[in-house]
Design a protein around this ligand. Structure first.
Ligand SMILES: C[S@@+](CC[C@H](N)C(=O)[O-])C[C@H]1O[C@@H](n2cnc3c(N)ncnc32)[C@H](O)[C@@H]1O
Length: 212
């Protein structure tokens, strides 16, 4: 019995979570907090949360809705990073969090193959960005690892032309769905369905492929 316990103890369970798109750190705090609780309870040995976000204006001026304007203006005024660190200090286990201030397509190539346990994609919603993030996920996620992508819904337009226009104009959100995210998931994982309920998409990675 003791021997078995020793063997179990020797197998370390160190978990790396990468979050693409952290904004002021709400989801980062959740990863960090759940991670540290799991360590305290003895389920894991360590949890490392890497938040990747350039925290630079990126939406452009096509988005006229108030919340997009507010986001862009906060990024322009460079107040978001301070809020991120304030929130991490108050609501997370700060020692397990690291912010990498780079766009995901610059940061992800630096991670080794099969080095990530959970990849949470919630950054730019533009088609080409999401597609690159998802393609990287195939390389960097460990076997048995998890890819979670936020804001994936069913394509909700009858007029396909409208969908194509939204993609080319980089419209973030249209009639209840995110055109760029939805299309990128369809293209990178063509055989899997997408959730219409929560807008959240999760896949487990097996040796050579992600589950359908
Ligand atoms: C929807 S917010 C993230 C919200 C956050 N995950 C949460 O749940 O609170 C999108 C974030 O993606 C970031 N972002 C935009 N382009 C990015 C890129 N190329 N790589 C990484 N992050 C990006 C933005 O700066 C913004 O903070």
């Amino acid at each position: 019995m003791r021997h078995l316990a020793e063997i179990r103890k020797k197998k370390r369970r160190d978990i790396r979570v990468i979050e693409i798109g952290s904004w002021v750190g709400a989801s980062t705090c959740i990863w960090s907090y759940i991670g540290q609780i799991s360590v305290n309870l003895g389920y894991l040995d360590s949890v490392e949360v890497i938040a990747i976000d350039p925290l630079e204006p990126y939406l452009g001026y096509i988005h006229r809705e108030d919340h997009y304007k507010a986001m862009e203006s906060a990024l322009e005024q460079k107040t978001v990073e301070q809020s991120f660190y304030d929130n991490i200090r108050k609501f997370a286990y700060a020692p397990n969090v690291r912010l990498v201030k780079l766009p995901s397509d610059e940061a992800l190539p630096h991670f080794a193959s099969k080095s990530v346990d959970i990849l949470y994609v919630d950054g730019s919603h533009f088609y080409e960005n999401v597609k690159r993030d998802l393609i990287h996920s195939k390389r960097i996620c460990k076997n048995g690892g998890l890819l979670i992508c936020d804001d994936v819904e069913k394509l909700k337009v009858d007029d396909y032309e409208l969908h194509l226009q939204a993609l080319s104009k980089r419209i973030d959100y249209l009639n209840g769905y995110h055109p760029g995210v939805t299309q990128a998931v369809k293209d990178v994982f063509p055989f899997s369905g997408t959730s219409d309920i929560s807008g959240m998409y999760a896949k487990k990675k097996y040796s050579f492929f992600f589950e359908l």
